[in-house]
Design a protein around this ligand. Structure first.
Ligand code: MTE
Ligand code: LUZ
Ligand code: MOS
Length: 749
């Protein structure tokens, strides 16, 4: 089943924020943002800007009618700088003008008087200064201090993983339109319409029932619009409130790169202890998360790092500690995997490091420690594990040791090209780790002509959630998918939504849709039973036709719907779904936070050109746990995209800040994402065979984030190839492994 959007996408007819027809009188906003990372802000001189051609209004913190505050979790994020500047790119003033060009021209005329302060960009320095976003968090399982005393082998080290620019194709933006009696309608490129609604209410002083947020789709979000769409929506809302006119702001690429946060860089320390049989006995890890200047989503990202700090392994004794460190960088935020990848990188490093020191393949340590059914994660939840089955089924198909031997054989006869292979098991928990967020609603209308409209809180951002939800409705009603239309995501129709995030949108909104459709179906079946003279229990709907006891009748869907309407039967339903059985208690740091886990095992092979430092990803082969996929086209696309994005993070994508906090990789010429030439030559996906039940919609497990972490193997595969060339060189565990760092690693003395 193809993605419903593919037709309009390829014809360029899909509607994004920038395609919304503008209302007469629309103004354009842009911001004047800080040129320095840390400073005292004494005065802002907007006089020249105000007098600049076409300028309608210049807005600073003191003009905001509501609160100058957009911090959702911690109230530490002013919309506009007031008194102090916390990062380079921090919005200071909003310029509203008759055209985009005139607004940007005027922005250049703003002058500020500042006293620069020492910026901090290193999370360890921030931690040493006691500058934490929230108190440290810890997971403890067993007793690692005691267990280390029993270990045959103990290794320790440090890792660094860098940030990652989301580079959604559609930049951030919003369009605010005044509504009756001081209300506002906001079109926003957001993953979280309700988050936008709340933030807009806070800065404008309006109530939630006065603000409507509408989202057609996003040109990508990847977590970057889970919370960080709020600022731009607030800017247009404040500007619209103060001018009484519609205001639009769509960021230019370089503004977006400069002003928005990225994946959190982490610096981490680990200590791993193994017994003689290579079983991991104890693992201590300390994470220093570079949160940037304000909390944003850093606390839950930090928590997910802890949740995934042992990846797919069972480790009986774990002490994991995590610090969220405040620095003078743009606030870092959600990014596919939400801290999970950063946690997993560290244990994979610990294993690789132990394997190198012990002279055994890392895959042997990995395989021997995979979590089994009934074993517990450090947070107390028992595994329903597919870790071992996905490894074994992958191995049966791909022959992992055969692939390793092939690379070794190649390396014996090749001097300047070296191959490396690495494995990556993945275990990712599905559910928001904040239990209350795991709820959703769906509004289903069956119109009198038989067409079906579905509204949910899910936001389509390329991941195919609308297609999956349409499939759910079509399946329940026994209709072709063409009969079902997904409406925009709108806070008037669906209230109090969780963001489309945590890979859970299809599960949560799909299940709510299933419930809504089933409720309407029950009523339709009662009418059908009357019309064909049967018990309601004997009725089924298949291919738009009513069946009685499995036999086709001449009552079709359309007539059934019309007859039901004439009998005044309710053809609409608003249903609510809340994931059952989940909980988590931070006072004990134990619980059952996830509805289920997604498992998988990947093997990645690379070839490094040891004269130039360049490399190619030869293949990624994975055995992936779909449960039972309801849409293999969409799901395989998610896996391929996730893998490429994960490889990008580990290899060529390099976010660089100057020590003074200025983003150097601020354009597409200096920040490289994988393109068609650098993607793996082959990606093979083997669906794991399992007949286990799960809490996913129609047993089709969430797929959005987990595959990103297969990309971590690319890092270790490159490392193995580098070591094949120069085994004696000491190598840091620092990602990304860019071609430049590979070259230097090959030839360092
Ligand atoms: N796929 C595309 N094409 N574009 C995106 O922005 N975001 C990812 C993933 N896949 C994303 C994507 C992220 S970060 C998440 S959490 C999930 O999609 C969210 O959607 P889902 O819950 O429907 O899987
Ligand atoms: N967002 C969030 C997420 O708020 N909570 C989560 O647990 C989460 N997990 C993954 C991605 N986004
Ligand atoms: Mo995805 S990081 O949960 O938006």
């Amino acid at each position: 089943m193809r993605n419903l959007d593919s037709h309009s996408h390829v014809r360029g007819e899909s509607i994004y924020l920038d395609d919304i027809p503008l209302i007469h009188g629309t103004l354009y906003a842009c911001v004047f943002d800080s040129p320095v990372a840390h400073a005292k802000l004494n005065t802002i001189d907007v006089r020249d800007a105000e007098e600049s051609e076409g300028v309608v209004r210049v807005i600073t913190a003191k003009n905001i009618i509501g609160e100058n505050q957009i911090g959702g979790i911690v109230p530490d994020e002013p919309l506009l700088a007031d008194g102090e500047i916390h990062f380079q790119g921090m919005p200071i003033a909003i310029i509203v003008a008759e055209s985009e060009t005139l607004a940007r021209k005027a922005a250049k005329k703003i002058k500020i008087d500042i006293e620069t302060l020492e910026p901090v960009t290193d999370p360890r320095i921030a931690a040493a200064n006691g500058d934490l976003i929230v108190p440290p968090k810890q997971f403890i399982l067993g007793n690692s201090p005691a267990a280390f005393k029993t270990c045959a082998h103990i290794f320790e080290g440090r890792t660094e993983t860098n940030g990652q620019e989301h580079l959604y194709i559609e930049t951030q933006g919003a369009y605010a339109i005044p509504a009756e009696n001081g209300g506002l309608k906001i079109y926003s490129s957001t993953q979280g319409p309700t988050a936008v609604q709340r933030a807009v209410c806070r800065v404008t002083g309006l109530a939630m029932n006065e603000v409507e947020v509408d989202v057609q789709r996003l040109g990508g979000g990847f977590g970057g619009k889970e919370d960080q769409a709020n600022a731009w929506a607030c800017i247009t809302a404040v500007a619209s409130q103060l001018t009484g006119r519609p205001v639009k702001y769509a960021l230019h690429r370089m503004e977006d790169m400069r002003m928005t946060g990225k994946r959190h860089p982490y610096s981490s320390d680990f200590r791993i202890g193994l017994d003689r049989d290579l079983k991991i006995v104890a693992y201590d890890v300390t994470f220093y998360q570079n949160a940037g200047a304000s909390a944003d989503l850093s606390p839950p990202v930090l928590e997910r790092t802890l949740f995934h700090c042992t990846n797919s392994y069972f480790v009986p004794n774990v002490t994991a500690t995590a610090y969220s460190c405040r620095t003078n960088l743009p606030p870092n935020t959600a990014f596919r995997g939400f801290g999970g990848p950063q946690g997993m990188f560290v244990i994979e490093t610990a294993i690789a490091h132990a394997a190198e020191k012990l002279g055994v393949p890392a895959s042997e340590i990995q395989r021997k420690n995979l979590i089994d059914d009934g074993q517990r994660f450090p947070y107390g939840q028992k595994a329903e594990s597919e870790a071992i089955t996905s490894w074994n089924q992958g191995n049966k198909k791909y022959d992992f040791s055969g692939l390793q031997k092939e690379a070794e054989l190649f390396n014996t006869s090749s001097r300047y090209f070296k191959k490396g292979v690495a494995m990556m098991p993945v275990c990712f928990g599905i559910s928001f780790t904040k239990t209350p967020m795991n709820q959703a609603r769906s509004l289903v209308h069956v119109y009198s002509d038989g067409s079906v409209a579905v509204s949910t809180g899910a936001v389509e951002m390329g991941q195919g959630v609308n297609t999956k939800i349409a499939q759910v409705a079509a399946k329940v009603f026994g209709l072709p998918i063409e009969k079902v239309r997904l409406q925009t995501t709108n806070t008037l129709r669906i209230a109090n939504t969780s963001p489309t995030a945590a890979s859970a949108a299809a599960d949560l909104n799909g299940k709510a849709t299933q419930l809504a459709c089933e409720a309407v179906l029950t009523r339709l079946k009662e009418v059908a039973a009357e019309l064909v003279e049967a018990e309601a229990g004997a009725i089924t709907l298949v291919d738009s036709v009513v069946f009685r006891d499995g036999e086709k009748t001449d009552l079709g869907w359309q007539r059934l719907v019309m007859e039901s309407h004439l009998r005044r039967v309710n053809l609409s339903e608003h249903a609510h779904y809340a994931t059952p059985g989940i909980n988590f208690d931070w006072s004990t740091a134990k619980g059952h936070p996830f509805a289920y886990h997604v498992y998988g095992t990947a093997v990645v092979g690379v070839t490094v050109d040891c004269l130039r430092g360049r490399y190619e990803i030869d293949y990624v082969k994975c055995c992936h746990d779909f449960g039972s996929s309801m849409n293999t086209a969409v799901d395989n696309g998610q896996i391929e995209g996730g893998i490429v994005q994960g490889i990008g993070w580990m290899t060529i994508e390099e976010v660089v800040y100057d020590p003074d906090g200025k983003l150097r990789s601020s354009a597409l010429s200096t920040y490289k994402v994988p393109d068609i030439y650098s993607v793996p030559k082959t990606i093979e996906i083997l669906p794991l065979e399992t007949d286990r039940e799960n809490l996913a919609v129609f047993n089709s497990k969430a797929v959005g984030e987990p595959p990103l972490m297969y990309g971590i193997a690319a890092y270790f595969a490159i490392r193995n190839a580098v070591r094949a060339f120069s085994p004696e060189n000491p190598l840091a565990f620092k990602a990304p492994f860019t071609p430049e760092t590979v070259l230097m690693s090959l030839y360092q003395s």
